[in-house]
Structure formats: structure tokens, C-alpha cells
Write a protein that binds this ligand. Sequence first.
Ligand SMILES: *[C@@H]1O[C@H](CO)[C@@H](O)[C@H](O)[C@H]1NC(C)=O
Ligand SMILES: *[C@@H]1O[C@H](CO)[C@@H](O)[C@H](O)[C@H]1NC(C)=O
Ligand SMILES: *[C@@H]1O[C@H](CO)[C@@H](O)[C@H](O)[C@H]1NC(C)=O
Ligand SMILES: *[C@@H]1O[C@H](CO)[C@@H](O)[C@H](O)[C@H]1NC(C)=O
Ligand SMILES: *[C@@H]1O[C@H](CO)[C@@H](O)[C@H](O)[C@H]1NC(C)=O
Ligand SMILES: *[C@@H]1O[C@H](CO)[C@@H](O)[C@H](O)[C@H]1NC(C)=O
Ligand SMILES: *[C@@H]1O[C@H](CO)[C@@H](O)[C@H](O)[C@H]1NC(C)=O
Length: 332
Amino acid sequence: MNPPPRYPLVTFIFLVILTTHFGSVTSQSDDAYICLNNGNYTRESSYRADLNSLLRSLSSNVGNSGFYNTSVGQVNAIVLCRGDIQLHQCRSCIDHVTDDMLQLCPNQMQAIRWSELCMLRYSDEFIFGNMSTSPAVMRWNDQNNVTSDVDGYKRVRRKLMGDLFRKAANGSAMQKVAADMAPFGYNKIFALVQCTPDLSAVDCYYCLASAINAYGRDNTRAGLTIYTPSCYLRYESAPFYNKTRLLEPVEPVEPPSSGKNDDNTTRNLDDNTTRNLIIIVIATVMGLILALCVGIFTIRRLKRKTKGNPDRKIGKWSRNSSQKIIQKFRSR
Ligand SMILES: *[C@@H]1O[C@H](CO)[C@@H](O)[C@H](O)[C@H]1NC(C)=O
Ligand SMILES: *[C@@H]1O[C@H](CO)[C@@H](O)[C@H](O)[C@H]1NC(C)=O
Ligand SMILES: *[C@@H]1O[C@H](CO)[C@@H](O)[C@H](O)[C@H]1NC(C)=O
Ligand SMILES: *[C@@H]1O[C@H](CO)[C@@H](O)[C@H](O)[C@H]1NC(C)=O
Ligand SMILES: *[C@@H]1O[C@H](CO)[C@@H](O)[C@H](O)[C@H]1NC(C)=O
Ligand SMILES: *[C@@H]1O[C@H](CO)[C@@H](O)[C@H](O)[C@H]1NC(C)=O
Ligand SMILES: *[C@@H]1O[C@H](CO)[C@@H](O)[C@H](O)[C@H]1NC(C)=O
């Protein structure tokens, strides 16, 4: 009923999906960060010194693609800016997420931080090209729900997402991002999806598909954002991304030898990759059908049991169950 707000991020509710070993999650108005419980360093260690100098180097080193990865000593780090923002916005976002990171995670070797326009991830483990879908953070916009023709809405959204996932996965080694709008009745769905471009096409697709399947499939809020360590997905009922910027070619760090249009050199998928992609899609669909059958079967059984045992709550059980499916996605 209300027109969509110009900037629909004003109200956010956070749902943080975690299991205990991930460590503490905190979110400020627009940020979420996780200090992982995978090892601590001491104040005097070289790890801290290396991490400190690495964090300071990131914003000046990031280029037009918005992606940068580097290592200092034992520390590996990745930064990724949303693909539609300007370089100066990207750099100031990275300044923002790196600035107080050592206060936020004072001795953890691994951490992830997401802001609206960029992401930072560092680890003592090798994280380059290493797809990860957890921990994940989901935020939604509570000002606008889809209330009529929910099935139609989900169908349009599924189609849009599938198209964008394929397009992003088919991106280059410098940038894997895609955005588009799909009309839905009198409304529209605007969406942007992105992977860290160090991922393979298959891993990029898998990351995005498992994020929406695990966290967003049944959601009927008109605005949703999912952050994982390797990919990002957002849709809203109002435009939020800069389409013009996305159409600009990404200049490589080394100037390109042949001028402006590098589309065909950077966006090719070889046949093998396409085949793998299709196999993954089929496997995912079959997995979902199987999960659905198991789910229906278990609910039926549980309902039967509940009759004899009024204390048992289906609600509680379902929550645990969806947690399990999330674990399955994680364990790849
Ligand atoms: C690491 O440090 C945090 C506090 O900063 C503490 O809660 C955690 O237990 C420590 N982990 C290990 C493995 O020592
Ligand atoms: C960035 O990641 C790639 C793998 O995607 C790796 O080959 C390269 O060495 C990394 N760059 C740095 C500076 O570590
Ligand atoms: C990828 O990351 C996981 C932890 O997230 C780590 O156990 C694994 O060794 C990494 N893979 C490579 C090739 O380093
Ligand atoms: C949207 O739905 C959620 C729960 O499903 C509810 O909490 C929220 O108030 C709804 N928002 C509007 C604008 O109706
Ligand atoms: C969108 O991107 C274009 C091209 O980079 C830029 O000129 C324009 O200022 C951007 N618009 C906004 C609102 O940032
Ligand atoms: C890209 O396009 C140009 C001209 O259209 C062509 O010469 C070149 O071979 C193409 N590169 C690839 C990798 O397809
Ligand atoms: C990948 O990108 C290339 C060049 O833009 C295009 O020709 C090809 O059809 C795309 N493949 C898919 C599966 O979208």
C-alpha cells in the first residue's frame, strides 16, 4: 500500500544463521561481522603485525573490479565491493570495514565482515578460490511483503534468480556480478547477485543457488539480502543498484591490449564447465525434491506422534530441521 521507500534498507531485521563453532556475531546498523573460533593469536605475534599491515594496504590496492586478494606472511585476505559502485565508494567502504577490525576481533585469526557495499574476509587458511557458503547472514526488508499471488511471485523470482546466477557465474576472473529487473503484476523485482571472482563458474553458481535455497526460498518479503563468505544476493521491490555502472567494462590491472570491448575474451565458459553447471543444477533440483519428500513424510509421522504427546511442538521441530538442511549445504 505504501509506495516503496526510496532507500528500502532503513528497517532491517537480521537473522543470523550459525552454529556454535562460528564464534560471535555482531551487527551494527549496517554491518555484520563474525570473529571465527578457529584459532587465536597473541598480541605480540607476527600474525597480528602482518594482519595489521595487510588491512591497511587493502583499500589503496583495490582496483576498478572491486576485488582484491593478497597475502602477508601467514595471513590471506579478500575484499570485494558490490559491482555497481564507484571505485572511490569501494575504497571508502574498505577503509570502513578494515579500520576497527582488530578491535572488533582482537585475537582471532579468521574473521568476516559484511557492509552494505563491501565485504572483508581474512584467514590463516588458504581461502583463494575456496568456495564457502557459511557462516551466512540474512537480512530482510520488513516494510513490504508479497501478499497476493505468492506463487506467481515466487515463480518470477526463481526465474530471475536462475538467469542472474548463470550470468554471474559466467563472469570473468575479475568480476562475477549480474543485476536485472523482472516485472511482476504492477510491481517489479530488482536483484543483484555477485560472487568473489576467484571462484570457478560452477562454484559461483552453487554458492548463490545454495544461499537462496537454504535461506530464501519460502520468503515472501519483497526485500531480502543474503551474505555468505563467497557470494552475495539481494533483491528489492525498488531499484537499488546502478545499472549504468554495471555496463561499464572492468579494466584489468594490466591495461588490456585490444581496447574497450573485452566481453568475449573474459566471459567465455568452456563446454566442460557448462556441462558441470547443468549437472549441478539437476543435482540441486533432485536434492530439493528428495528433501521435500523426506520433509512431508516426517511431518506426517510427527503429526501422528504429536497426537499422543501434546507437549511436542511442530514449530520447534521444523526449525531444527531446516537447520539440518543448512548444515548439508555447508558440508560440501
Ligand atoms: C580465543 O579468544 C576468545 C576471546 O577473544 C575466546 O573466547 C576463545 O575461547 C579463544 N579461543 C581459543 C581456542 O583459545
Ligand atoms: C589471489 O588468488 C589467486 C587464486 O584465485 C592466487 O593465484 C593469487 O596468488 C592470489 N594473489 C595473491 C596476491 O596472493
Ligand atoms: C578451503 O577452506 C577450508 C576451510 O574453510 C579448508 O579446510 C581447506 O583446506 C581449504 N582448501 C584449500 C585447498 O586450501
Ligand atoms: C511482513 O511479514 C512479517 C512476518 O511474516 C511481519 O512481521 C511484517 O510486519 C510484515 N510487514 C508488513 C509491512 O506487513
Ligand atoms: C552510476 O554509474 C555511472 C557510471 O559510472 C555514474 O556516472 C553515475 O554517477 C552513477 N550513479 C550513481 C547514483 O551513483
Ligand atoms: C573476441 O572477439 C574478437 C573480434 O570479435 C575475436 O577476434 C576474438 O578471437 C574473440 N576472442 C575470443 C576469446 O573469442
Ligand atoms: C557466457 O558469456 C558469453 C559471452 O558473453 C556468451 O556468449 C555465453 O552465451 C554465456 N553463457 C551462458 C551460459 O550464459
